[in-house]
Design a protein around this ligand. Structure first.
Ligand SMILES: Cc1cc2nc3c(=O)[nH]c(=O)nc-3n(C[C@H](O)[C@H](O)[C@H](O)COP(=O)(O)O)c2cc1C
Length: 327
């Protein structure tokens, strides 16, 4: 039996939500129905704009309106700050503006300098939380005025950090901002452990892929259910930066290393931007095809070590209620 924990935290107060649970942005897995279900269940679903437009084929504003037709609760948006392309930056700025016009009041920034997102968001009383893996990145975000930090640990899906959740809490908790634990949360016990450590909330990715609302292919969902922690490997092969991925048969055969040419290009001062862009474009295509299972090519299925706690496909509401009841 666990002692009860307080679900009314700085995160729930900041975002005006019932439970301190964020459905993390996911390329390519964050379909509109999943985002809406997480918000409807009392957490907050976060839109990944490239998922909404490229995977789910919505014009951005129309996609947001569709989500709003499924839920009248708060939702968030992921603003990946990319320095390498001016066109991408303009696109992201336009998406942030549209999101604000459509009433989105929560942004998660990752990578780079989030100053321009903070400026736009704060003009509308919206909150910005910044994904970080180290103190130096937290400092950079705080210098830009972010309202909270998402501490991405070494068990996370996507671009994982190097430190465990306890180490990261100790490193980042003195900053006077709400701290969210991202990585390794799949069960009510994981959720309670994070809150007991002092985190103001949790951000989940992998657990929400194995839900009825997520439109990932059955093969992808089954691969998560079958996987153990040991099957999760970090590879630069997909995007050029390390991501957590299931070590499938294909990947075992082909290896998780980038080609010598790609590595060389990523080392060059100028060529690294071009290489990153090329890898990003290729990875968007490969990840989408793997997610939908409509290609014969190798399967690139991102997931974190929280696969260990993913035992069955449930509804989002059942998962969130199981956390809440246990707390
Ligand atoms: C398939 C997948 C795709 C992800 N894509 C993104 C993304 O596009 N942007 C982002 O900020 N985080 C992304 N993440 C990270 C999640 O938002 C979240 O922080 C992470 O999944 C938490 O770890 P967990 O998977 O152990 O729950 C992704 C995670 C997964 C599993």
């Amino acid at each position: 039996m666990t002692d009860s924990v307080n679900l009314n935290t700085d995160l729930t107060k900041d975002l005006g939500i019932e439970y301190p649970i964020i459905g993390g942005p996911m390329y390519p897995c964050g379909n509109p129905e999943l985002v809406a279900a997480i918000s409807n269940a009392g957490g907050i679903g976060v839109v990944q704009p490239i998922t909404l437009t490229y995977v789910n084929n919505y014009e951005f504003r129309a996609g947001l309106r569709y989500i709003k037709s499924l839920s009248n609760k708060p939702i968030g948006m992921n603003a990946l700050i990319e320095q390498s392309s001016k066109r991408y930056r303009q696109k992201m700025e336009a998406w942030v503006d549209i999101a604000l016009e459509e009433g989105v009041r929560f942004f998660i920034t990752s990578l780079g300098k989030p100053d321009w997102v903070v400026e736009k968001a704060h003009n509308h009383d919206a909150k910005v939380y910044h994904d970080v893996t180290e103190l130096k990145w937290a400092q950079k975000g705080l210098d830009c005025g972010v309202d909270g930090l998402i501490a991405v640990n070494n068990r996370a899906g996507g671009h994982a950090g190097k430190r465990d959740m306890r180490e990261l809490y100790e490193l980042l908790s003195g900053q006077g901002k709400p701290l969210v634990c991202a990585g390794g949360i799949a069960t009510a016990e994981d959720f309670i452990a994070a809150l007991k450590l002092g985190y103001a909330g949790v951000q989940l990715g992998t657990r929400f892929i194995v839900t009825q609302e997520c439109t990932a292919s059955e093969l992808y969902k089954q691969a998560i259910l079958d996987a153990t922690e040991k099957d999760i490997v970090m590879t630069e092969k997909v995007t050029g930066v390390p991501v957590s991925i299931i070590n499938t048969k294909d990947l075992k055969e082909k290896g998780t290393e980038l080609s010598g040419f790609s590595k060389k290009m990523l080392k060059g001062k100028r060529s690294k931007y071009l290489m990153r862009m090329l890898l990003a474009i290729r990875s968007f295509r490969q990840l989408k095809a793997s997610f939908q299972d409509n290609s014969k090519g190798p399967k690139y299925w991102q997931a974190g070590k929280s696969v260990a706690g993913c035992k069955s496909i449930e509804t989002v509401d059942d998962i969130i209620q199981s956390f809440v009841k246990a707390a």
